[in-house]
Structures are given as C-alpha cells and as structure tokens.
Design a protein. Structure first.
Length: 246
C-alpha cells in the first residue's frame, strides 16, 4: 500500500524541519518523514531547507555562515507564532537518535546544489551508520552527482534522484545510477510513467502532494509512496480507500 511521507515533518500544522514537526508526523501515523540537510560554519549537519535563515527562523543570512551554537539560539518556529514553546534547528544526529525510538523511514534531502558543502556526504553516512539506520534511510537530491557519490561510499543506503520536471523513461535513468526509486514533482509523474516505473521495479515517491484528488490518484495506482505536508489527511484517505476497495 502507498506509504505516506511527511514533508519536512507535519509541516502544514507545525514548524517545518523541527523535532516538533517530526514527532507530530509520527503521531499522525505517517510511515516516514522527509527532511533537508546543510552544514553549519563549523561543519555540523543541521536540518533546514533554505540556504538562508530568513524565511523560517529569527535569524538572517546563510546557514553556512553560522556555527551550530549560533544556529541553536535562533527560533525556528516564527511561522507559527501561536506555538508556545520555542523550536530550534535540529542537528541530523538529534533526529537520528529519535528515529531509533520508532520505525519511521527517513528521506534525507542533501541541499548541496547552491553550496557544495565539502564532505557532507561522508559526515551524513557516518552518522547513519553510527545509529544503524542504513536500511531506513533514502538519500535524495537535485544534485545527482551527490547521491551517486553517496552510493559509491555506502551502497547499502538507498538513493533516489529528485526530478522537478518530466524526464524520458525515468525508471531507466534511475536504474543507470543504481537508484531503486526516484522522487518527481507530482506534475512530472503521470499515470503511465508511474505504471512503467513500478513494472520495472523502480519506486516512485512524488512530492509535494496535498490535494485529495492527487492523493486518490496515487492510491489507485498503488504508487510506492508520496511526500505530503498533510499526513493526517493522507492517512485518513488511505484508510477510506482501503475500506472502499475491500
């Protein structure tokens, strides 16, 4: 059955890429979480989407120009002013330690298209191995060179290229770089592409799927998974679909 992956955690209702959002995704019965990583000035792997701090935190400037200690002082919940407790930018290690307490999968997006973040792949792989989570992690990125590098360093960890636009026979491309799946924008994942990919044994996990009609389409196709800001809605629709099918 199609898995539900919470995009940056339960980001429709809680501050994206925070421990609060990840824990609420678990409470919503999502099958997994998706998160984004970058490196701090002192080389720590931190969980945040934008290269700049401005949109989601109380800071201004590039993530890469601040030490972990400086980043930890920021409020990462400014888009949700009604939330009483302050949210901080998590380290990847914090998230991985928490993942050992549950069975969620984790899609780690390497945000290294704008800044290359030297040594990011090696640091992330080491952390995943330290927590024995290799079988529960999928690396994705728009920087396909980076995930191929990850595969060469750690073939036991699955990789999946991100695709913002349509690609001819993406299942063939994915197999050619040793990826067992790919993550297309949902508009770049028409029914025939999903069907052909699944038939070829390549997983398809479209992003970011928030409309009910799109969710229903993917359930009907028995798509591998999809990434959504709305895990509660997706899980409820899946229950209804399974019931109707039965």
């Amino acid at each position: 059955m199609t898995e539900v992956i919470a995009h940056r955690g339960y980001s429709a209702k809680f501050p994206e890429n925070t421990m609060k959002a990840f824990k609420e995704a678990e409470n919503a019965n999502a099958d997994g979480i998706e998160l984004d990583i970058q490196l701090s000035k002192d080389g720590e792997v931190v969980v945040i989407h934008d290269e700049k701090l401005n949109r989601t935190t109380s800071g201004k400037g590039y993530v890469k120009d601040f030490t972990l200690q400086e980043l930890k002082k920021l409020d990462a919940g400014i888009l949700f002013p009604d939330l009483k407790e302050k949210q901080t930018i998590p380290t990847l290690e914090e998230v991985l330690a928490w993942l050992t307490t549950n069975t969620l999968t984790c899609n780690i997006e390497l945000k290294n298209g704008v800044f290359r973040y030297q040594g990011m792949e090696e640091k992330v792989i080491q952390l995943i191995r330290d927590y024995s989570l290799s079988t529960r992690v999928v690396f994705s990125s728009f920087n396909h060179y980076s995930i191929v590098h990850c595969y060469r360093l750690a073939p036991e960890i699955e990789i999946a290229p991100l695709l913002s636009e349509g690609l001819y026979m993406p299942w063939v491309y994915s197999a050619s770089i040793q990826a067992k799946g790919f993550h297309p924008h949902y508009l770049a994942a028409p029914n025939e592409v999903i069907a052909a990919s699944l038939e070829a044994g390549i997983a398809v996990r479209p992003y970011t799927v928030n409309k009910e009609a799109e969710m229903e389409r993917l359930f009907q196709l028995e798509c591998s998974a999809f990434i959504t800001d709305q895990p509660t809605k997706a899980v409820e629709l899946r229950k209804k679909y399974k019931k109707d099918k039965a």
